[in-house]
Write a protein that binds this ligand. Sequence first.
Ligand code: ADP
Ligand code: TRP
Length: 311
Amino acid sequence: MQKLFTGLQPSGSLHIGNYFGALKPAVEMCKAYNGMLMIADYHALTTLKDPRAMRENIMSVVKDYLAAGLDPTRTTIFKQSDVPEHTELSWIFQCLVTTAFLELSHAYKDKVAKGLEANAGLFAYPILMAADILLYDTDVVPVGEDQRQHLEYARETAAKFNNTFGQTFKEPKEMIIESVAVIPGTDGRKMSKSYNNIIPLFGSKDEIAKAVMSIVTDSKGKRPENVFAIHRAFKREEEIAPLYERSKSNYKAIKEALIEDIEALIGPMRAKRDSISDDDARRVLEGGGERARKRASKKMLDVREKIGVTI
Ligand code: ADP
Ligand code: TRP
């Protein structure tokens, strides 16, 4: 079975765009692979310096994935900081790649242009990510388009190590998740936590209803396109078309139907999420961390041998 590895930064509450664009496809893919899902807490540390938020976000992301159907007995769910081999290998890789190579990173330049601190961790970010992936002889890495360059970094780093010390690492392939469609937010722009236009994934029914009622509708078209574009993610177009035809400018009726359709999907997931305790989440991470560490430490024996630090 092919090995799949993916990671995500623990960045707080999710919205329905994240669900369709990331959560759902990841859960589906893990069913067909020998999968690992890593919470990239040390990557998050490059920008997040609030221990309380860090802890809450980690807990929250584990619960979100379990509620969305990820099976922790099949997929290894763990956090990066529980497997010190990641940072160890990252150091070894940093001694192989040049700063000029890292200066080519779009993600780094974009983040600094946005005003984030240009700390050394942020600069070395792609190398820690290469270590995450290469430690487990990964075949495929499902990621969004914005992560494509990071996979190039991982392959080049693997090649550099292999050329220097002999064949050790497999070159992984990205699997770019083409979002079925970008889910628009309540203002018609891409739904994003940075635009304040979200429908929360695990919000209460009231919170979801409030967000839906605030979707901007424009009366120019023959149907409220913003509402329709969100609705389409929950039900097939043929199923909702008659409602839109029938209700035309009765936006309230259309939005009420959307709220019910969202609730039909989210309701059971929310109930499942509420039933997962902090201790349940901790146990999943402990089990996953142990499994990951076993594999990582085995790989590092070979790496240390190759570079000549074992005597
Ligand atoms: P945000 O824009 O809210 O900060 P992120 O950039 O953290 O979201 O994205 C996390 C994941 O969710 C990515 O895989 C991204 O492709 C997906 N995603 C984010 N917003 C949307 C959206 N509106 N529609 C579809 N997928 C999305
Ligand atoms: N950089 C990725 C992101 O922000 C998160 C990540 C860290 C990752 N390590 C990884 C993704 C390894 C895939 C594989 O989305």
